[in-house]
Design a protein around this ligand. Sequence first.
Ligand code: BEZ
Ligand code: FE
Length: 306
Amino acid sequence: MVNDTTPSANGNSNGSTKQKPQYDPEFTDSVISATGPNASPRMRSVMASLIRHVHDFARENDITIDEWMQAVQMINWAGQMSNERRNESQLLCDVIGLESLVDEITNKLLVGAGADYELTKSAILGPFFRHDTPSTHNDASIIKNMPSDGEIAYMHGIIRDAVTGKPIENVIVDIWQCSTNGLYEQQDPAQTEFNLRGKFTTDKNGYYGLYCLRPVPYPVPDDGPAGKLLQLLDRHPFRPAHIHIIAGNNEYTPLTTQIFDKKSKYLIDDSVFAVKDDLLVDFKPTKANSKASLELVYDIRLARKS
Ligand code: BEZ
Ligand code: FE
């Protein structure tokens, strides 16, 4: 980083307080105007804005070649570590809050300003979703490998139209969670494929139900560039205990969310900034169900596709 005693970009340091170098004031406009006539309007405007922000960022912070190269190497490292089981570039975005921010933007645009109905709040997808999770019947268990320290919860609820409040039949509810060792099945060779995942379909009363584990807090993978960044920022990698949900069908816009155990650690310092008050849930002890020691009731409100 440039400091008061290093030579400035103009090469004239005398060790005294010096003025910030002047950078070419026309450079950014010349880069933006290189965009050709066949670029789409969205591409033209989004990239112009991105170029302007990135150039301003570099100028404001006097980013040097060494610093820029460190960032390039971090991005390359993220690409090299990513595969179908691991998405390190997404994780890098997550730890700087970018996935949570675009999730908020996407869902605010969906509802539109001035709408007078409440949708269930969204939360980020995260990197451990699988498209190929098999469907199963209501009240099935997603636990294929029962951990010795696991607690079984009966999770169920009604899916409703956010405007009319009416139950919706045939909504697909896709659920996934990690085991008590903090690992999702695709991260852990000791787990059976699709352990702790399942797709359910609501019945004519809008009901879905399943048996799952009480979730536990876990660290996001921190052996790559996202972990390095967390370390450089003096932050921990933990997420609070949560269960992932995607609910939707052909008529209702899929909602991606997570529900958080309200008794969990890390609710106020989630490493990926996904917690919202509306998504805190209560796992209640139950003696009424021989298959579970806990019960979680979670209803969901969806928006009809326009
Ligand atoms: C997750 O909840 O699975 C997750 C979300 C963001 C980054 C890493 C993991
Ligand atoms: Fe997760």
